[in-house]
Structure formats: C-alpha cells, structure tokens
Design a protein around this ligand. Sequence first.
Ligand SMILES: Nc1nc2c(ncn2[C@@H]2O[C@H](COP(=O)(O)OP(=O)(O)OP(=O)(O)O)[C@@H](O)[C@H]2O)c(=O)[nH]1
Ligand SMILES: [Mg+2]
Length: 452
Amino acid sequence: MFNQDTICALATAQGIGAIGVIRVSGPETFPIVNRIFKGKNLEKQLSHTIHFGTIRDNQTIIDEVLVSLFKAPSSYTREDTIEISCHGSDFIIQKILKLILREGARLANPGEFTQRAFLNGQLDLAQAEAVADLIASDSEASHQTAINQIRGGFSKQIAQLREALIHFASLIELELDFGEEDVEFADRDDLRQLIFKIQKVLIPLIDSFEMGNVIKNGVPTVIAGKPNAGKSTLLNRLLNEEKAIVSDIAGTTRDVIEDELFIEGIRFRLIDTAGLRKTTDTIEAIGVERTLQQMDKASLIVYLFDASEIQLTEIAQQITEFNAPYILVGNKVDKLSADKKSAFDTTYPDILWISASENKNIDTLKDTLVRKVKTREIKSGDTVVTNLRHYQHLLQTNGALENVLEGLAQSVTGDFLAQDIRFALHHLGEITGQITTDDLLANIFSKFCIGK
Ligand SMILES: Nc1nc2c(ncn2[C@@H]2O[C@H](COP(=O)(O)OP(=O)(O)OP(=O)(O)O)[C@@H](O)[C@H]2O)c(=O)[nH]1
Ligand SMILES: [Mg+2]
C-alpha cells in the first residue's frame, strides 16, 4: 500500500440528477467524513455497511445522505473509501466537496481512483484501461469487449505466456553464468516449441486488433456500384431518412456520404458513393476517384447492381478487384422477370435480391451485414485487442520471438537468445503494467474522467 493523500471527487455525472455520489479514498477518509457527518460514529462501523445521516457545516444541515463504507483493502482502490450519496444538485455537491477539502482531502486527478486501484494491485494496466473503454462504450459489442478485458481474460493469457518465457530466460541466463563451459540448461527444442505455443496465442490477438477497432469505431461499409443502381436509395432506406439525393439521372451522387447505423449492437459506418463509370465530367471523375479510395479502405463492400439492366456476363467484370469481403446485391428486383432471375441464380447463387425503393428484403440484407461481421469468428467472450498501445507491444513481442526462432535456426549463442527473450518479456510486461514508466501511467490515466 502506498502512502497517499486522501482524494475526493464527484463520481456521477455533473448536472442535476436524482442523486450524486461523492467518492472519498485514502488513509484519512474515515476521520474526514466523520467530522462532517452526523448520525453514527463512522469510524466504529463495519466495512460494507450503509448509514443514513446528515452532512453539516458546523450546525447548518447541508443535506440528508447515505454513506457507504469500504475499508481497506476491500474497496475499488484497496484504500479506505466512503461513497456519499447526496441529492443531485450542483449546489449541494459543491458544498459537500468543499467541506471535505476543508477537512484535509484534495480533489482527485482524472482517473486517480483507477490509478490507485492499479498501483495497489487491484487491476493490472490492461484492465484499468478497459475501465475507460467501458465508460466510453456506446454499443453492445464494445461494451462486451471492455467488460471481458476488465474481468481479466486478456491479461491472464499474457501473464501466463510471460511466466513460461521467464522460466526459459532464467535457464539461459544461468548458462551465461557458466561462461566458457559448454553447458545447455535450456533445451533448444523445448524453447522452440514454447515460442510456437506463444505465437499461437499472440497472433490471433494481433489479428483481433482489426476486429477490435471495428467494434470500437464501426465497420466501414461502402455501398458501391454503377450509376443509377440505387445506392443512394438503399442508403436512405437503411437509415430510414432522406440522407442522400436520389434521382434517375446517372451520376447524381458525386461525393462520399456517410452515416452510422447500429444493427444488433454492431456499429456500421455506411458510405454511399458516386457510381463507378468512366466520365468526362471533372467533378464526377473526382467523385469516382473517391469511391475507389473508399472501397480500398472498406471493411465490407455492398456491391449493388440494377437487376433490370445488367447482363449476366457483366457481373464478373464488375466484381473482380475488391480487396474486402463483399455482398453481391441485385436491386430493383421488382422490375426483374422470373426467367432472368433464375438464370442469374444458377450462376451466382449468392446474390441477394432486394428492392430498395419498395423495401423488399432489406431485413435480409441487414442480417447478412451482421453475419459477415460475426463470421470473422468473434464470439462474445473471445479476447479482442482494442487498444493501440497493446497492439504495438504485441507486434514488438512477436518480432522479438521471430528473432529468437531465427537465432535458434542459426544456433547462435545463449547471450543473443537471452537478449531477444528479454526484449519479448519487456513488451509483454508493458501491456499488463508489470513494467511501466511514470510517463506512460500519466498518459493513460489522464484520459479518464475525474471521479473514476
Ligand atoms: N424500380 C425500382 N427503382 C429503383 C429502386 N431503387 C432505386 N430506384 C430508382 O433508381 C434511380 C436511381 O436511384 P439512386 O438511388 O439515385 O441511384 P444511385 O446508385 O445512387 O445513382 P448515382 O448516385 O447516380 O450513382 C432512381 O430513380 C430510384 O428511384 C428499386 O428497388 N426499384
Ligand atoms: Mg447516388
């Protein structure tokens, strides 16, 4: 336990609410709150109990409150902590905070409660960062990844890998102690096997970063196709608003139009684009150029064609160069003859037939969008890396392990192996906070809101 100031802050949101919760944490918490609380003597009460009473400034009653008591180490920060639930008026909250400050506490810095939880060993760094993600999560999927991380799934895996590697590192260091003598305590084959095992965990984590990002920031989903295919109509239909201009003039949309849509808790960033064609119109040509850029960056492409116009042979020419997963969608099925449809279906059984203007099969399209994201093997409960800092350290770790493998292949001496293993250990340790610098901590916790 560190010797710390006693800190306080409003833990609930600023502004008027039914109640506000003020959190106080640190060694002087109980005496400080006891001096302004009238009811029971709080210093004599058990941990994890709640008490009714009043907060007073000398004889003046400020508010009737409930105080919840948590004694070290059984609290979020692992320090003595009291949470005062008062009425949610700015005036009352400010008044109570001032009293607490007057009695010797100081205002908490952003994230300081969580920082203490970390420093006192309640959370590791990856978990503490997940607390920030949890507070910020605004979709079901991002909530799920954050809560998994707080519960330690991610950290546990990393810590286990690190331990196994430390074992080898110490054997190799021991060899170095023997200097000239030709001894090998660390079996090279076992080491190679261990590295393969570690990479089996590491590489999916690295790969999950893309997915983690998608969950946090949305799936960039580009609606592309020839002019007049009905892309803007589809965008409007999905969003349920007249976001983009629709007309029967080919080349109506010339710029990128973007909006968000949540389907089953997943955030899709829908991007309507200029229809793809060769054009002499300068502005439209820039629009087409932008479409190509968007398709390049997309995680998912909805490729739309006008079913009433297109010939069977044209499809193959149009869908050749996508470098993202795509859904092939035939629009204007209302204008399509049964014969033509069945000819298409034989060659392209995956085509999804819709009518954007008549609202046909739009729900199936939504289901397909969700399925495309989910089949990337992300089940809830899986570990997903969402944090850039973690991702970078995972990459560095993997690079170092590759070097160890290469060193083993070339039968380099123990000191070179030891160096690469230490490097890998260092980066794994940075993820969970077993190795930290003050700058890093300050940077992470400054992103929290005050009171957390
Ligand atoms: N019959 C029928 N017409 C449709 C359907 N969807 C769109 N349209 C019509 O097709 C025309 C073109 O629609 P848009 O949504 O502007 O097409 P776009 O792909 O955005 O075209 P550009 O912006 O020029 O690339 C409009 O007249 C729409 O009303 C449909 O499902 N059935
Ligand atoms: Mg359009």
